[in-house]
Design a protein around this ligand. Structure first.
Ligand SMILES: *Cc1c(COP(=O)(O)O)cnc(C)c1O
Length: 369
C-alpha cells in the first residue's frame, strides 16, 4: 500500500537545531513580548526580504487586520473574492466594506482593467492578493492608487521569499502582509509579518499588536494582542536557514509536474511569470471538463480514493460565504467564479519525492475520457 500524500507537509529543522536555538530561552525566562528571538528573526527577515521595515505578528491574519487598522482606512476597500477567508474577513472586521473586483484568467490576480470602475467617493484602499506566488500587476495598481489617492495593502501570504524585477516582493504597495503559518513556504509554526515604508505607520502598528500601549502609562489606540512569541520566532530562525534549499526542491517538484502534465489536453498549468523569482508555493491546475472529459470534483475524488489529498483552493469564493448571508453578487466576478469551480491545487512540499509526483500525475491522467 502506497503512503498517503497530503497537500502539504510542514517544513521543520532538525530536532537538535531547534533545541539548540531555544536553549537561551531557558536561561533568560523571556518567553514573549519582543524578546531576543523576535529581534533576531526580525533582522534576519529584513535582510532576506530586502525591505526597509518589517514587524512580526502571531499570524498572517492579525498582520493584515492590524495593518488595515493602522492605516486608518474608512468606507470601501477594493479586493478580490479569489482568496483565503482571511483577506475578506480582515476588511469586514475593521468595519470596512469589501468591494469585489474580478481576477485575470491567466494568473488569478486582480484584473487591473476592472478596478477603476469600482472606485467611488468612499473608496480608501485597494487590497490585492498575490495568488499562488503569482505577482499582481504592481505598476498598474500603483498608477490607479496614485490617481485616486488610495492606499495599497498586498495580501502577500503566498509570496514569501519572492522578488519581482530584482526587488523584494514585500517592498511593493504601502504595506505587504505575509503569513508564516505551518502550511506556508516559510513557517514559524504560526506567524506573520508586515513590510512597510512609513515609520509613523510602523509605530501605530507596533502599538496595535500590544493592546495599543504606547508607553508604560499611555494606551493611545484600541489594539489587540498579536505578538509573536519566542518559540515561534526560534522556529522561524531555524527554518529560514534552510529556506533556499527548500525552494530549490519545490522547484524540482513543480518542474516534474509540468513535464508530466503539459501535454494533457484540458489541463491548464500555472507558469512562473516573467521577471518573477518564484517561491514555488503552490501548483494549481485548471481542469476544463469539456475537453478533459472529467471535471475538477471527479479528479479530486479519484485522487482521494488513491490516498492523495489535493485541495480545492480557492473554492468557494469568499463572496459566497454563508457568513455574508448572500449579500454579494458572484455574477459580478465571473472569472473568479469560473476559476474557483475548475481549479485544483496539487500536493507540493520540499521533500515530496518525484516518484510520488509521477504517481499523482498518473492518477490524474487516467481520469481523462
Ligand atoms: C494563509 C493566508 C492568510 C492568513 O495567514 P495565517 O497566518 O494563516 O493567519 C491570509 N491570506 C492568504 C491568501 C493566505 O493564504
Amino acid at each position: 500500500m502506497a503512503e498517503k500524500i497530503l497537500v502539504t507537509r510542514s517544513s521543520m529543522p532538525a530536532f537538535d537545531e531547534y533545541t539548540e536555538e531555544i536553549k537561551d530561552i531557558w536561561e533568560s525566562h523571556w518567553l514573549t513580548n519582543m524578546g531576543p528571538k523576535h529581534q533576531k528573526l526580525q533582522s534576519m527577515l529584513k535582510e532576506y526580504m530586502g525591505v526597509e521595515n518589517v514587524d512580526l505578528f502571531t499570524n498572517g491574519h492579525m498582520a493584515i487586520e492590524l495593518s488595515l487598522q493602522a492605516l486608518g482606512l474608512t468606507g470601501e476597500v477594493i479586493t478580490t473574492p479569489f482568496t483565503f477567508a482571511s483577506t475578506t474577513h480582515a476588511i469586514v472586521r475593521n468595519g470596512l466594506e469589501p468591494v469585489f473586483c474580478d481576477i485575470k484568467a491567466d494568473d488569478y490576480t486582480i484584473d487591473t482593467d476592472k478596478i477603476e470602475s469600482l472606485v467611488t467617493e468612499k473608496t480608501s484602499a485597494i487590497m490585492p492578493v498575490h495568488v499562488y506566488g503569482n505577482v499582481c500587476d504592481t505598476e498598474k495598481i500603483r498608477e490607479i492608487a496614485d490617481k485616486y489617492n488610495l492606499k495599497v495593502i498586498y495580501d502577500a501570504a503566498h509570496t514569501f521569499g519572492e522578488e519581482y524585477k530584482g526587488r523584494g516582493i514585500g517592498s511593493f504597495g504601502d504595506v505587504s502582509c505575509f503569513s508564516f503559518h505551518a502550511t506556508k513556504v516559510f513557517n514559524s509554526i504560526e506567524g506573520g509579518c508586515v513590510c512597510f515604508g512609513d515609520s509613523d505607520f510602523g509605530k501605530r502598528l507596533y502599538a496595535l499588536k500590544n493592546f495599543g500601549i504606547t508607553s508604560p502609562e499611555d494606551v493611545d489606540y484600541i489594539g489587540a494582542n498579536a505578538k509573536m512569541n519566542e518559540f515561534c520566532a526560534a522556529m522561524g530562525i531555524c527554518n529560514l536557514r534552510h529556506l533556499d534549499g527548500e525552494i530549490e526542491n519545490r522547484k524540482k517538484v513543480v518542474e516534474r509536474y509540468i513535464s508530466n502534465l503539459e501535454n494533457t489536453e484540458g489541463i491548464k498549468l500555472n507558469r512562473v511569470q516573467k521577471d518573477v523569482k518564484s517561491n514555488y508555493a503552490y501548483f494549481p491546475i485548471m481542469i476544463d471538463e469539456k475537453v478533459f472529459g472529467a471535471g475538477r470534483n471527479e479528479v479530486f475524488a479519484k485522487l482521494a480514493e488513491n490516498d492523495i489529498i489535493a485541495r480545492k483552493y480557492f473554492y468557494p469564493l469568499t463572496n459566497t460565504f454563508g457568513a455574508f448571508g448572500g449579500k454579494y453578487d458572484t455574477s459580478k466576478t465571473p472569472t473568479a467564479l469560473y476559476v474557483s469551480q475548475r481549479v485544483l491545487t496539487l500536493p507540493l512540499y520540499a521533500d515530496l519525492s518525484l516518484e510520488n509526483v509521477d504517481r499523482i500525475c498518473e492518477v490524474i491522467v487516467n481520469c481523462k475520457k
